[in-house]
Design a binder for this molecule. Structure first.
Ligand SMILES: [Zn+2]
Length: 382
């Protein structure tokens, strides 16, 4: 216990589930009326040497080694096991903190994307000055109860109201069910997102459903249409619908039979026809087949056509051995991770201005349909 903080001054500020440790420290420091770095040094100060690397800049995470985590447990009187359950960075410490001989803390970029927690759901923890920042995991980016798509803003709670976008909410319920039922859902969503992105860049961006959704999002965020077109919300329903098709074992068997007997192009047409039926776009299979044939003929293994490539892999994989290898895709096939890169493609070169506007609306951070990152994969939503 630091000398400046007598036991009588102890305040109760428990972490929110999946909160960034830096967010928790800021909320704790605000209650004591101290700068975050001062409270950090006060808590971990003791007989052993103390090393603090970096400073608490917005958007950074605070990583602690074992002695530092134990110091916070003693200071807040919250058992280490409870802190580990609530704070993901406590179970996945930073690579630079494997030395426990001294007390160490590092301010560094988070290993995973984060969002501002839903204010009504965290009302007791949230203040106007200090929002609660959490790791959303594979599908914690939407609050179903309060119908919000949560954004990433380290200074204020930021979200998109989904009350007038029921298709996003229903897709999220399907996404939740997939995460609970299938261990590889994150990889399949990433593959589906890359496939849908390839369609966005091929001219399907003129689709009326996407146009309507993009204009609605522009109204809700008070941004120009070009600034919101690259947001993951726009193709989210189609991405989840395609994910459900790709992950369905019965449909996989039908596709494998078609790919084996008639070839991947026939299986691809079958898949696109079913996707077009489920998304209300009966023209989809014919349009994409013609577009692909005209624009860039593909080699037998599918080449850069992700669906053809996946179908070829499926046809060569016995059904009983299907695992995560089915969902691996070349890094070049993934859609651009950076909002500016995606905006530049969809806005045809005007990426700087649209990204600047999207950043001001906190649209450039938050959840993305990315594949899990090895052993550091976020745990599924509770
Ligand atoms: Zn909520």
């Amino acid at each position: 216990m630091p000398a400046a903080l007598p036991p009588s001054a102890l305040v109760r500020v428990p972490p929110v589930s999946r909160e960034l440790t830096s967010s928790w420290l800021r909320r704790l420091a605000a209650q004591y009326g101290l700068p975050p770095q001062d409270l950090l040094r006060g808590v971990i100060n003791g007989p052993h040497p103390v090393h603090v690397t970096g400073s608490p800049k917005p958007g950074l995470e605070l990583f602690l080694n074992s002695p530092a985590r134990e110091a916070f447990s003693r200071f807040t009187r919250i058992p280490p096991s409870r802190l580990a359950n609530l704070l993901p960075s406590h179970t996945h410490p930073h690579d630079r903190l494997d030395d426990d001989s001294d007390v160490r803390a590092v301010w560094s970029a988070p290993c995973h994307r984060w969002v501002t927690a839903c204010p009504p759901c965290t009302s007791r923890a949230w203040t106007v000055e200090q929002p609660v920042l959490v790791y959303p995991g594979p599908c914690g980016h939407i609050c179903q109860r309060h119908q919000r798509w949560l954004l990433a803003d380290s200074e204020r709670a930021s979200s998109i109201c989904l009350g007038t976008m029921p298709d996003i909410l229903s897709s999220h319920r399907q996404h939740l069910a997939l995460v609970r039922a299938h261990p590889h859902t994150g990889r399949v969503v990433a593959l589906a997102a890359a496939v849908v992105w390839s369609w966005q860049t091929q001219g399907w961006k003129g689709d009326t459903v996407w146009q309507h959704r993009t204009h609605r999002l522009a109204q809700l965020t008070s941004c120009r249409v070009s600034a919101v077109a690259a947001h993951p919300l726009v193709p989210y329903p189609e991405t989840i619908t395609l994910t459900r098709l790709l992950i369905d074992r019965g449909f996989q068997q039908r596709l494998r039979a078609a790919a084996t007997t008639a070839g991947p192009p026939t299986a691809s047409t079958m898949l696109l026809q079913e996707l077009g039926r489920r998304t209300g776009r009966p023209w989809l299979a014919d349009w994409l087949t013609a577009h692909t044939r005209l624009s860039r003929p593909q080699p037998p293994d599918g080449g850069s056509d992700l669906l053809r490539r996946w179908l070829t892999l499926l046809a060569n994989t016995p059904g009983e051995t299907i695992g995560e290898e089915l969902w691996r895709m070349p890094g070049s096939a993934m859609r651009p991770q950076h909002y500016g890169d995606r905006s530049g493609v969809l806005a045809e070169g005007r990426s700087h201005s649209v990204t600047k506007e999207a950043r001001a609306a906190s649209l450039t951070g938050g959840w993305e349909p990315s594949p899990p990152q090895g052993d550091r994969a976020p745990t599924p939503c509770p």
